[in-house]
Design a protein around this ligand. Structure first.
Ligand code: BES
Ligand code: ZN
Ligand code: ZN
Length: 499
């Protein structure tokens, strides 16, 4: 897919050549000056006239009339060099590749050095390029009857870079592409309808990852859960025709099984709300309630590819939340694997229940650091909107590591407070240790606070992606629908982890 070339041979045949332009001032130096030379200086003129824009995120297409090998030039505006960020450059690449994909061009050259600047070196640019290529050209196939038009995708990218080591650039391209494809796998899982992705299907998918990447795999069946006393996951599954699954993947990148990161993802394949049933509008889209599980599985794919020297256990509690004569009900009291009893006040607050047992089970597998990811509450959308993932923690130092990874991944996270008074609200019940729904105030905090009761003293970060797991708009880095949010954050967190 990627070829790296040190030859600035703009005369070789390509469908297009992508060039980045920093603004104020636009500099046509080095190879760019050479390129301008082939056009008798007319490119500089087009910049002056504004026909080629260096403004941030501007795209300008120029036909080359045979003056160079590539049929077209695609200029991508990068804005001021001093203000450039990795994420900005990644989006700019996304814009360009989206355009190329739309034009159905299958091969392109990219003049990588034109994207490097004060803040971005060639390796950053290479990572941004390949990640953007994977993300921006993602499509969910869906189930429409086939059209006769052959599918065309970008197959070959020739990356032109004069300085820098060819091998280093190649490996940065590979890593970026792995991050992008891991994210796309998560997107596909989330986009799949509930009838196409049951808990059994999710377990099968995890098994295929385990086989491909040599992870240790454990799938707990209902009987195993009964033996282990996973009353919380079992309660949510009670109304379902599908069996529950507790999916565990272990990746050991160190000699000893210690300093283990536990990644726990909510895997509700469809959430009707149960007897606290959702409204007819609120229920649509609830196939995405396994977004947390998808993020964890996507991150495991990246981890399996890149094989960092870290220990990771992924735990995914999976079931749908359905209604039937056997379903659990409000007022029921259930006993979780931890021994803590829970008064069910709302069957729609099912995510925290399945996560309670999953967090306990992750600790059982030796997890010393926990992150749970879940489409947990509508409340987080009210609080933070759809661009920012809400977080809670019991350990600021561990949170710092998550925050840094999220910053690097370009996936914004905001920490919500967790104070004793709010913990008391979760612990308030006349007949049990905890209740699963203390009322509407501080919804997002209540959800996380409940899970925190099961993390106990283990450093833990909760990520509520109810607002960020899906988007209603197409962006430069992907279509509307599932975003695959937190795949890159989790994978980076693992890569960079320090105990
Ligand atoms: N799966 C939902 C949360 C959700 C809402 C995800 C919107 C994606 C978009 C969750 O299980 C839920 O129903 N939460 C309730 C909790 C309440 C009953 C305490 C909510 O947020 O309304
Ligand atoms: Zn629910
Ligand atoms: Zn839910």
């Amino acid at each position: 897919m990627f070829t790296v070339s040190k030859e600035m041979n703009f005369l070789s045949e390509q469908e297009c050549l992508v060039v980045g332009l920093y603004d104020k001032p636009v500099k046509f130096e080095g190879a760019l000056a050479q390129l301008d030379g082939y056009f008798n200086g007319h490119l500089t003129e087009l910049v002056k006239s504004g026909d080629i824009s260096a403004k941030n995120q501007g795209i300008s297409k120029v036909h080359t009339f045979g003056l160079i090998g590539a049929k077209r030039l695609i200029f991508v505006g990068l804005g001021k060099e001093t203000a450039a960020t990795f994420n900005g450059v990644r989006e700019a690449f996304g814009k360009a590749f989206k355009e190329i994909h739309k034009m159905k061009w299958t091969q392109t050259a990219v003049y990588l050095d034109s994207f490097t600047g004060e803040e971005i070196d060639a390796l950053d640019a290479a990572h941004a390029l390949s990640e953007a290529l994977a993300l921006s050209t993602y499509e969910f196939k869906g189930y429409k009857q086939k059209s006769n038009e052959p599918e065309k995708r970008i197959e070959e990218v020739t990356v032109l870079s004069e300085p820098g080591d060819e091998e280093d650039i190649k490996s940065a391209l590979t890593v970026g592409f792995v991050y992008g494809t891991g994210t796309n796998s998560a997107r596909t899982l989330v986009n799949l309808p509930g009838n196409m992705l049951t808990s059994t299907d999710m377990a099968e998918y995890a098994k295929s990852l385990a086989e491909k990447y040599d992870f240790e795999l454990e799938i707990l069946e209902k009987e195993d859960m009964l033996k282990l006393g996973m009353g919380a996951l079992l309660a949510v599954n009670q109304g379902s025709a599908q069996p529950p699954k507790m999916i565990v993947l272990k990746y050991q990148g160190r000699e000893e099984w210690k300093d283990v990161i536990g990644l726990v993802g909510k895997g509700i394949t469809f959430d009707t709300g149960g007897y606290s049933i959702k409204t007819k509008d609120g229920i649509v889209g609830m196939k995405t309630d396994m977004g947390g599980a998808a993020s964890v599985l996507g991150a495991m794919e990246v981890i399996g590819e890149l094989r960092p020297e870290q220990n990771v256990v992924a735990v995914i509690p999976s079931t749908d939340n359905m209604i039937s004569g056997s379903a659990f009900k409000p007022d029921d009291v259930i006993t979780s694997m931890s021994g803590k009893t829970i008064e069910v006040l709302n069957t729609d607050a099912e995510g925290r229940l399945v996560l309670a047992d999953a967090v306990t089970y992750a600790k059982h597998h030796g997890a010393n650091y926990l992150v749970d990811v879940a489409t947990l509450t509508g409340g987080v959308i009210t609080a933070l909107g759809t661009e920012i993932t809400g977080a809670l923690t019991n350990n600021e130092t561990w949170y710092e590591q998550v925050l840094e990874a999220s910053y690097e991944a370009g996936e914004p996270v905001w920490l919500l407070p967790l104070i004793e008074k709010d913990k008391e609200r979760v612990r308030k019940s006349k007949i049990a240790d905890l209740n699963n729904s203390p009322g509407r105030e501080g919804h997002a905090i209540m959800g996380g606070a409940f899970i925190g009761e099961f993390a106990e003293d283990t450093p833990w970060v909760h990520l509520d992606i109810a607002g960020t797991a899906t988007t209603s708009k197409d962006t430069d880095l992907g279509p509307s629908g599932a975003t695959g949010v937190m795949v890159r954050t989790l994978a980076l967190l693992v890569e960079r982890f320090e105990a």
